[in-house]
Structure formats: structure tokens, C-alpha cells
Design a protein around this ligand. Structure first.
Ligand code: GLY
Length: 331
């Protein structure tokens, strides 16, 4: 389908079905497809982590159907999740660190290798847009903490005061009673929106944003803003993004592993399986944490794999946006 026909037909489909911006970031209950269906090729494709991906995919698809490119779509897609005050793992509605402060990490990357990221930023509503600004407006790739916040201010972004939502304040007060940090598979680690887009012209982009682990040490940075760990995009091959316990993804650069596996000829599915298997090999305690990974190749075939059961993802392809349960290493 050429670009013009795609824009026309998707705009029509949106008008008929009412999709295109109506869903909240939590989404309506999508139809869940059990087991990973056989991956099909086909562009455009938007794929993202967890059920908040349904709303993110809708927003990204809307950008594409209005003629926007992959980069705009990736940014806008995760934007909607960052803006949701009820999302406790992404954006300013996220759970704070052990000192009650919400710190955010994000990265963005496009097919030519250009990338931007921010880490340990406070009071910024859309860290993904700040990451994009680092990529587009500075000679750097990564900015952190106060320097990144001052840069945000200098380009007209607001710096808000740290303020927990009633939900995160209550949860933090509860945590303070025991001060016990114990990640729980698929609950506490149900984090991060990672979203990959290939538009109808074959342009590719990815975005990844999170408030990180709840009750982390102040100053802790996870995998999401680290290029090659939480996100990697290479237009010659494909793209990958990770979610879950960031330290394990940092030790293995799992997104980069998946893209390099695809470069060597692996399907996106076996690339994801290899990345998770490496994490397992390096972490004897793999039963205690969750990681999920998504990958797409430049033809629009996708793969997804969790360390444990429970990792799901949203796939928008062929005019359908579906929530799919990924296969997992531990059955
Ligand atoms: N995967 C997100 C984090 O560990 O911060």
C-alpha cells in the first residue's frame, strides 16, 4: 500500500470504528490473543509493551494515518502513557524512589542511528520529548539530572515540583512501614512503555520511557535510557526494546543483542529468545525477576518473549490493534 492510500484508508477506518485517540492510556478491555501468533511481515507496524501499549499504539497509528513519520509516531505513542496520572510505572504518576521522589528515564532512537536519552530527571511531564530534544537540539546523546532539567527549561518545558498522586503517596507510606525492597514478578516489574514503529515508507523509530523500579535508591538509573539496553534501532536490520528488571538488561545489553541476532539472520522471535536466554545464563536468580523483550525486523515481522509468563504486548498491524500474550522461557 502506498503512503497516500494508507493515510486515506486508515483515516476512514478510524472514522468508522471510532478509534484514534479515544482510549485512555489504561485502554478499554482489548481482546487478548493467547499465545504468540505466527508473525507476519507488513508495514506499517507499531508494537509496544504491556496493555498500556494498546492506547500508545492507537496514538502512534493516528500519527501515521495523518501522514506523520515513525519518529513522531513513536514519541506521541508513549506520550499518552506518560501523561496518564494513573499509570504507576511511567511518567509523573509513577511510584517514587525510597525517598519519595519520582525520577524518570527515557530514550528515543531512529533508523540512521541518531539517538537521545535522559535519565534521573524530576518534574518533567514528558521525558520522551526531552530525550528527542537532546537528539535533535544538542550534539549529545544522553543528559541526566539537573543538567537535563535546566536544558528542558531552556527550551520551554515546565519543571514541576515533585508531587505524588494520592495512589503513589499511599503506596509509598505503606512501603515506609517495612522498607522492604522485593520485586514481585509481573506486578512491581510491570513497568516501562517500549514502543517500536516502522512507517509505511520503511522508516523506523523506537521510544522507551519509565519511572523505573518502585522504591529504588535515589539516583538509580535503569535500562530504559541506555541505548542498546532498553532500546536499540538499526534501519539496516530492525529494532528491539526491553521491559522488566533493568539491572539484568543493563548487564547484557539485551536490545542490542536482539538486533545483532537479527543481523546474523535470526527471526525476530529467535532473536528475542536468545536475548532472554543470555539474561538467564548470567543470572542464577532468574526465577526472582521478570524481563520482556520485543523485536521487529525491517520487513515488519515481529517477535516477543518473556522470562516468565505474564508478559504481554500490543501489536498494531494490518489495521488491527491486539493485546497478545508472549511466550516465555519459564513455562
Ligand atoms: N526497565 C525499567 C527499569 O528497570 O527501570
Amino acid at each position: 500500500m502506498d503512503r497516500k492510500t494508507f493515510i486515506k484508508t486508515t483515516a476512514m477506518a478510524a472514522a468508522l470504528t471510532g478509534v484514534g485517540g479515544k482510549l485512555s492510556a489504561q485502554g478499554e478491555d482489548p481482546k487478548v490473543v493467547k499465545n504468540n501468533p505466527k508473525s507476519k511481515s507488513g508495514l506499517p507496524i507499531v508494537i509496544s509493551t504491556w496493555n498500556h501499549g494498546i492506547a500508545a499504539n492507537e496514538a502512534a497509528w493516528k500519527v501515521l494515518s495523518e501522514g506523520g513519520n515513525a519518529l513522531d509516531a513513536a514519541e506521541r505513542g508513549v506520550w499518552i502513557v506518560e501523561a496518564d496520572p494513573n499509570n504507576t510505572s511511567v511518567g509523573l504518576g509513577g511510584f517514587p524512589d525510597r525517598d519519595g521522589i519520582v525520577t524518570l528515564d527515557a530514550s528515543i532512537m531512529v533508523d540512521g542511528g541518531q539517538a537521545g536519552s535522559v535519565a534521573f530527571v524530576q518534574g518533567i511531564e514528558h521525558p520522551i520529548s526531552l530525550a528527542r530534544a537532546v537528539m535533535e537540539k544538542t550534539p549529545h546523546v544522553m543528559m541526566v539530572g539537573e543538567g537535563a532539567e535546566l536544558f528542558a527549561e531552556s527550551i520551554g518545558m515546565k519543571r514541576l515540583k515533585n508531587k505524588l498522586t494520592p495512589t503513589t503517596e499511599k503506596a509509598w507510606q505503606e512501603w515506609l512501614k517495612e522498607k522492604n525492597y522485593k520485586p514481585i514478578i509481573n506486578i512491581e516489574n510491570h513497568d516501562t512503555i517500549g514502543l517500536l514503529v516502522i512507517d509505511q515508507d520503511g522508516a523506523m523509530a523506537g521510544a522507551c520511557t519509565t519511572s523505573g523500579l518502585a522504591w529504588k535508591m535515589h539516583g538509580r538509573v535503569g535500562d530504559s535510557p541506555i541505548i542498546g539496553a532498553g532500546l536499540f534501532v538499526d534501519g539496516d536490520v530492525g529494532a528491539a526494546t526491553c521491559t522488566g528488571l533493568g539491572e539484568t538488561v543493563l548487564r547484557t545489553l539485551a536490545s542490542h543483542v536482539a538486533v545483532e541476532e537479527m543481523r546474523r539472520g535470526a527471526t525476530p522471535q529467535s532473536a528475542c529468545e536468545e536475548a532472554i536466554t543470555r539474561i538467564v545464563k548470567k543470572h542464577p536468580n532468574f526465577k526472582d525477576f521478570q524481563v520482556g523483550i520485543l523485536a521487529v525486523n525491517k520487513n515488519g515481522e515481529h517477535g516477543a518473549y518473556g522470562l516468565h509468563k505474564g508478559f504481554n504486548y500490543a501489536l498494531y498491524q494490518d489495521k488491527k490493534n491486539e493485546l497478545i500474550d508472549a511466550d516465555s522461557y519459564v513455562k
